[in-house]
Design a protein around this ligand. Sequence first.
Ligand code: PLP
Length: 394
Amino acid sequence: FFMIPSILPTYNRAPLSFVSGTGSWLTTDDGRRFLDFGAGIAVNSLGHAHPALVEALTVQAGQLWHTSNLYHIPAQQKLADQLVDLTFADTVFFTNSGTEACELAIKMARKYFYDKGHPEQVEIITFDGAFHGRSSAGIAAAGSEKMTEGFGPVLPGFVQVPFGQHDPLHAAVNDKTAAVLIEPIQGEGGIRRVPDHCLKGLRDFCDSHGILLIFDEVQCGVGRSGKLFAYEWSGIEPDIMMVAKGIGGGFPIGAVLATEGAANGMTAGTHGSTYGGNPLGCAVGSTVLNHVSDPEFLSDVNRKSGLLHQGLGGLIAEFPNIFDGIVGSGLMVGLRCKVNNMDVVNAGYDAEILTVPAAENVVRLLPALNIADGDIKVAVDRLRQAATSLQSGV
Ligand code: PLP
């Protein structure tokens, strides 16, 4: 007999199985309705079963699922043009995930210097608390022992510096440095926002050293922060940017966006992907982007963020022994906890609301970007219920 479950047990799963979803609501196999404030970890940007996404996917599914990047893919061209129009980028490569986007972002930065006659410039500076995925490069980039231990030699070429400290960053740069890689708002790291003036400072820092600036907007991008991309708050632009999660609204798709200068070395044969930019993913991605890039949609994200902050402010005042404060931007919100954040997440399950834990003892609130105002009220009520149940135990 087998002791190991048929699904490799790399996750501690909550005892919940969802079978259907509409908007911000999920239904379990035993008929309970949960309010989804996790959105599959910032993925379901337009909620579940959004009619326009269902239509985009099914229409494409009826026409053509897959060809190959050996040929032109009209849906991919359309999504690439949209992203180029809407951002700093001149060019886009599509992946299936954030991790794969990270891989290419790193390869691109190194190739840039290789082509300039500096093959020794390979080092990427990253930050404590970062998360860039679970590949060998992703875990080396994050650098935390929790992720790298047991998995053999850590891929060289990454230097981690403390989050939010000036001097160690300046000390880390040398003639081997290729790039700085940073999440404008750390997700897994506890919804830690890099202040706008620091992003500006990073841009200047990279320019003065002639190195590249890479943003990982896998979690904070695609409207999540209240701008289409979080870097827009700062007024500066990266050279390379990773996108995934929200852009597919639940369909697995990611992307690397880059300026022409940064991407110059990525010529035919230097990179590839069987599925990246596949017609199904791109048809959905285009539709997500059409919705989310609308200025009215984005201003509504910020209005909804205000509503959520108001409600949470009341909760923090009501439960000062449980909650410590609110962090984040737009609908990427972190509730800092005084009790163990996992206890809050579990009490949330009992109150039938889904939230997601993060580092720094934070509970992440990542609702669909089009969440109904009324559902924000329900969320605050359910979080109150969760806090009340914990209060008796504090
Ligand atoms: N980068 C960031 C900031 C993330 O939050 C994640 C996923 O949580 C990743 C990269 C990895 O993305 P994926 O899980 O799609 O490979």
